[in-house]
Design a protein around this ligand. Structure first.
Ligand code: GLC
Ligand code: MG
Length: 724
């Protein structure tokens, strides 16, 4: 079967995600982002250029939450579904506690992909946890990695510090250092970063060391314009109102009228999670401090779903308690409604329309608002808005001219803006109409998806999306597809292992070709990529599936030699090449190898085999606190590598990443720079012509010393371990 179009995987790991009636506002992890990714998945799935969208999230099998979150797959539409992957145990835990489990998520998603037999064209991570998982997978498949932050750690940290929280507590509670470090990596690595606003790029990404390495594009979030249709549709055609909408209205009015003495006045509406940052108390102060405003309109504050304030988390409890105290302080009984429960998905659009029909105003008093999706929804229903002069609202009001921006820290300004709109009917009409028109133009999911697909398309110059198309003979299979398909892997050194005897090499090549559907193979060599390709061409060896070059400093995948970016990222940790050269530079017995022996992640020397030399090198590096891998081979080559790199470590990384069991990988070598990979797994092979420096390994279990030389030794090993 051939499926044209993009296969997109979205990653949104934390919170509670379900397609049917999502519990938005239930806790700090289940808010705007959950709604955003659900809509994105649904709407992308409706685009003609897309063949499949998976929204990958965590599988939660916990009695304290609905069993809906334990379903491995949930359909969202014909071409979109939620895929739930188990990681970090069964319990529902807050996002800050998920960091240690993300590698498990990567691993299990890889398994899922392997099982489905179908590789995504694009990995799109949301929030740094989803970003991390998408980044790792994209590196594995060498596919594009796209990132949407939703919020970033550096800003949050600055805010928390400002609020008086200590650095240590911030790290303990929010795992802030981990988050920021991951965000730095993501920014440097992402092929495209999607932001909701312009301000987000400068004010948020701008705080990162890797800011300039990032590639950014603004695509404002979309909303479902069919759900958030204008309030006046009912006035134009009363038939428009469904029974369900009618019931919702009655329920809402019933709820609101319990609080208000004069229910016929317009009302001011605020809607948010109970979070300090949403500045609900600032709004109540603005309203409570202005008698004229109270005379003009009632106020309704919907602050999430609350069951029992006493059992809530600290932040939420404080916000709600504060709200009740302020209500009492300003004596707002009869004017302020603080309904206890609201069912976001079905009631909210009706609530906006009800408010618009009363000729009310929607207000978002948050001090910082990077996003502001409720402002867009409210506008789409025809509500004028008052919002903080910050990121999201600035773009929204700039695009739509649908309301007034205020300094949300200043209650008088909030009150003045509300009054202006309530008092001037022309202003109200203008903002209302502009909002409806502007949202359709700038903020519908259709507009969002079109812009997103255009960006995605740029990441595949000239590619046709048909990863399921049968591979025509002569055509090379993309490495990701190949490596998820094979069962076993052979990794062999080149010089004096693969090469040395022409006749047995030809036999080996023929064997590898015959078993290619189950056995992939690669080389692991001290040579640079250039020198490796030179020798491969010279000896007429077919392109390997994997090339581990420069003693494990780099990994490439055939046939088009794509570099494994994830590996480079991984080994760059604590690597200071300039310092190393400085520290070792004046040792008289060291001679730098020529340029072709050097690589950013490999510093190589020639060095005599005299006793004490290696120890001196080790001592120098240790004293300078430079933690690296030191490899000596053939009695003359000295390679200094990052301490996370070596042939053996590169192989371990490949096993992990491609989910190949250790006993399905055979390694073959002949000399000292092969030692760590020979020791790393259960199926090691040393050729008969090996150099003296490996003799001490003889007699070890799991290391088979063949009597045969060169490629004949490899063939002997493949038979010995039952790989053929
Ligand atoms: C290859 C490389 C050289 C390295 C040696 C040992 O000969 O070209 O740079 O030092 O292998 O790993
Ligand atoms: Mg060798």
């Amino acid at each position: 079967m051939t499926r044209e179009g993009l296969y997109i995987q979205l990653f949104s790991i934390h919170g509670l995600i379900r397609g049917d009636n999502p519990e938005l506002g239930r806790d700090a992890d289940t808010g705007g982002q959950v709604q955003y990714v659900l809509e994105l998945a649904r709407h992308l799935g409706r685009q003609p250029g897309v063949k499949q969208v998976d929204l990958v999230t965590r599988l939660i099998d916990d009695k304290s939450v609905s069993s809906d979150y334990a379903r491995p797959v949930e359909e969202l539409g014909k071409k979109s579904r939620i895929v739930r992957i188990r990681c970090g145990g069964r319990k529902y835990i807050r996002k800050e506690k998920l960091w240690p489990s993300l590698d498990e998520m990567v691993d299990k998603t890889l398994k899922f992909i392997k099982r489905e037999g179908w590789i995504p064209d694009i990995f799109h991570g949301h929030y740094p946890d989803g970003g991390y998982v998408a980044k790792e997978l994209a590196a594995g498949f060498n596919a594009p990695f796209v990132f949407t932050g939703h919020s970033l750690g550096r800003n949050k940290k600055a805010k928390l510090l400002h609020e008086g929280m200590g650095e240590e507590e911030i790290n303990r509670h929010y795992r802030m250092d981990t988050r920021i470090a991951v965000e730095e990596e993501i920014i440097a690595f992402a092929d495209q970063i999607i932001t909701s606003t312009n301000q987000e790029i400068e004010d948020q990404y701008g705080l990162y060391d890797n800011y300039r390495k990032g590639s950014y594009t603004v695509i404002p979030p979309g909303i479902d314009v069919e759900t958030f249709f204008p309030y006046y549709n009912y006035e134009l055609d009363p038939e428009e109102m469904s029974d369900e909408a009618r019931q919702t209205r009655v329920a809402l009015l019933h709820e609101l009228h319990r609080f208000w003495n004069n229910p016929d006045k317009p009302f001011i509406l605020a809607l948010s999670r109970p979070d300090q940052r949403k500045n609900i108390s600032g709004l109540i102060a603005a309203y409570g401090g202005d008698k004229e405003l109270q005379a003009l309109a009632n106020l309704a504050v919907f602050a999430g779903i609350r069951l029992d304030i006493e059992q809530m988390e600290e932040n939420e409890r404080q916000v709600l308690t504060n709200m009740l105290l302020k209500m009492d302080y300003y004596d707002l009984y009869g004017r302020l409604a603080i309904p206890k429960k609201h069912d976001f998905a079905t009631e909210v659009p009706e609530l906006y329309r009800l408010c618009a029909a009363s000729r009310g105003v929607f207000v978002n008093p948050a001090l910082v608002e990077p996003f502001g999706i409720t402002l867009i929804e409210a506008s789409c229903c025809g509500l004028p808005i008052v919002a903080t002069n910050d990121g999201g609202p600035r773009d929204i009001v700039g695009n739509c001219k649908n309301g007034i921006l205020v300094d949300a820290g200043n209650p008088d300004e909030i009150a003045a803006a509300l009054k202006k709109i309530l008092i001037e009917p022309e202003t109200w009409d203008q903002y209302s109409n502009n909002g409806i028109k502007g949202v359709h133009r700038y903020y519908s999911w259709q507009a969002h998806c079109e812009a997103t697909l255009e960006e995605f398309g740029k990441l595949f110059p000239g590619k046709k999306f048909s990863s399921e198309q049968p591979v025509e003979s002569g055509e090379q299979i993309p490495f990701g597809q190949r490596l998820t398909g094979v069962e076993r892997l052979l990794i062999t050194d080149i010089d004096n292992t693969l090469l040395g005897d022409r006749a047995s090499l030809e036999k080996l090549i023929e064997l590898l070709d015959r078993h290619s559907s189950s056995l992939a193979w690669g080389v692991a060599t001290g040579r640079s990529l250039e020198l490796t390709m030179e020798v491969i061409t010279e000896h007429d060896i077919p392109n390997p599936d994997i090339l581990i070059c420069s003693v494990g400093a780099t990994i490439y995948y055939g046939p088009d030699l794509r570099v494994d970016k994830g590996w480079q990222q991984h080994i760059s940790y604590q690597w200071h090449p300039d310092r190393i050269k400085e520290v070792l530079g004046d040792l008289p017995f060291l001679e730098f190898q020529p340029a072709e022996g050097q690589h950013h992640f490999k510093i190589s020397f020639l060095m005599d085999n005299k006793s004490g030399h290696i120890e001196k090198v080790e001592k120098r590096l240790r004293e300078a606190r430079l933690n690296c891998e030191i490899i000596y081979s053939h009695g003359r080559f000295l390679d200094i590598l990052p301490h996370r790199a070596s042939k053996g470590k590169a192989i371990k990384y490949l096993q992990y990443k491609w989910n190949i069991p250790v006993n399905h990988v055979m390694v073959a070598g002949d000399s000292g720079n092969d030692e760590d990979m020979l020791r790393s797994g259960p199926c090691a092979l040393v050729v008969g012509n090996h150099s003296e420096e490996l003799s001490h390994l003889e007699g070890r279990r799991k290391i088979y010393f063949s009597k045969r030389e060169y490629a004949a030794g490899i063939i002997d090993g493949l038979r010995h371990y039952g790989f053929l």
